[in-house]
Write a protein that binds this ligand. Sequence first.
Ligand code: ADP
Ligand code: ZN
Ligand code: ZN
Length: 736
Amino acid sequence: MTAKNIFLSVAIPTPLRRLFDYLPVEITDHRILQPGLRVSVSFGKRKNITGIIVAINNKTNHPRHKLKKINCIIDDKPIVNIEHLNFLNWASNYYHYPIGEVIYNALPILLRKNNSITDYEYYYWSLSNKQSSSDINSKNISLVQIKILNYFQKNKTPINEFELYKIFPRAKRSLLALEKVGLIKKETEKKLENSTKINKRSIKLNENQNTAINKILDLINTNSVFLLDGITGSGKTEVYMSVMESVIKSKKQCLVLLPEIGLTPQLIQRFKDRFKVHMAIQHSGLSASERLKYWQDAKTGKAKIVLGTRSAVWTPLLNPGIYIVDEEHDLSYKQHSGFQYSARDLMIVRANRDGVPAILGSATPSLETIHNTEKNRYIHLVLPVRAGVAKQPKYKLLDIKNKKMHGPLSQILINEIDKNLKTNNQILLFLNRRGYATHLYCHHCCWKAECDRCEIPLTYHKSNNRLNCHHCGSSKKNIKNCPLCASELLRLGHGTERIEEVLSKIFPKSNIARIDRDTTQKKDSMDKYLSKVHSGQIDILIGTQMIAKGHHFPKVTLAAIVDADRGLFSTDFRAGERLAQLFMQVSGRTGRGEREGMVIVQTYNPEHQLFHNLIKHGYNYLAKSLLKERKCSSLPPYSYMALLRVEAHNIEEIKHFIKHASIQLKQLSKNKLLLFGPIPAIIEKHGGRFRYQLIIQATNRKILHEHLDKWLENLEKTKNSKKVRWSLDIDPQDMN
Ligand code: ADP
Ligand code: ZN
Ligand code: ZN
């Protein structure tokens, strides 16, 4: 290739689903042109936009004189390697999402701009061995410096400077001063980076755990996918850690996805206690530069363990050894707006491409995953019993029809709570609704408080005396009287605040805590609640799904599902699966210690088949029966689905667009695809816009995707497409 016929295919963050050809700069740039280098280009009206070279070709489909030159090359070396670029490209194709946006989305914020990056070195600080307390007194040091010293004394291990800045903002000068007088010392991270010290496990693994670990290790050099199917507390995390130990010893990296890091500090701590290796942990508190550091440490292989939530699936690795997705069924792995990818599915794709195994762990595997084990695509490993001494809890289906109630709680449940309090046990009450009352209603003229923009009921929050829309987040001041007829309004339907109020009246001496999004706004507030639960300072814990996940509460002996009926009659075909998962998770919170646990389920439908299957035969049995239903109605995983979502203020525009879109697709696909719609979304309005969907279904994945490509190309060009907001969701997980 001579300089004359070199064309750079550049990905640029724009909604257009393609790459753009540019010419290289002519001044002799000593850098070798290669994919993965960022370039600055002008694009449309924008003079200076960051793109990334995806391919270098000697042909172009455009007349040469129409192509622009790039402004400059930004990086010395590619910021991602070709394998990672190929993976991003795969994701762009699969989700039919613009490549430029996919790459942009996958980069840390600091790399999305034109700034160049240098490998940033940071320090780990610790006390120097020399110092003594008389030293400290003899030296003239400030109060902040004393605080820092005290902190070091408490934490014996070296502390990364970023962590220190979080606790002591602007500590840099103090650190340098303390170093000067010889009280503390710094080490470069290199020393720690190369540490592969792994602490010994303090427990003896059981036979099931050993079998699972051995099977995975036998296939550690293959791209097998494992479902680690174990009830909560069965020791899945121990299995992950044993496999990770072996991966790290073979000088490879582990990427571990968790649903929500902020909610699982205990789990992170377990990893930290076990592995004294360089870990990159992603959490919401990371600053832009820490994010870049996190990403670079993973990419350069410094970090042996990379832990993160959904978006961590985009982290490049130098030398991957295992991909782990904990709680694989969790909905948070699917992004719900913009680029709607599934991080779980992408982890499997990555594992496949890299030729290393993936482990999907869950107590309540998704139906897709169970189906894949039935088809022998995944290897099914089972941990059937709780590890250690803990036993399975007992279930009690409580029919609350015509029963005496205290707000949302039946007298029978109150009696059970009382019993457990008397024996000094903890109680957990689960209700997936924040606030005090879910409806404000006029008994006289039937007026209801609704969100103006979404047309769904507003929730009354007593703590701040406001009415909130849980859908679009809008909020207004509470009202006591009907705006139409001035009668006093009724408060119907119960939320977590109401339970808290009822219980504090009945059990005034007990310590009650409520964990939901309202009480955990502040940073660290979740941690504080959790440690209070652990130290036994809390008797009754009330919460939304935030408390259902992952936590280990050894002293909880009674868990109650306050309203089990939500979800029984939903129109979403996955509602049954979700309800069963939640049910199992809540029950997984009880009886995890030495004391036996009980789960009470309040329902108006005690005869419902779902409860019976679940309680009598367990989750797997229920899952299989739900799978049978899906098969009969040809729903996923027995078919492949995509969802066209369309939003607009004007309902006619939507209908017009969807009609046009479906005619196009019908013509293209010649009846190979099934189309349903336009149908309103389950929540038909959001923030003032109407929301409609077109469901596209096929029995074959390839056929679905082939047609979508052509269709989207046409859709983008139609005039009408600018009047509505539309997006395509591949493998949709909810029909909201
Ligand atoms: P899971 O991830 O399946 O919920 P964990 O690995 O967190 O289960 O284990 C639950 C609890 O049981 C933890 O406190 C863990 O230390 C303990 N545990 C795990 N395996 C064993 C074992 N073989 N013997 C004793 N305790 C165990
Ligand atoms: Zn009224
Ligand atoms: Zn609203």
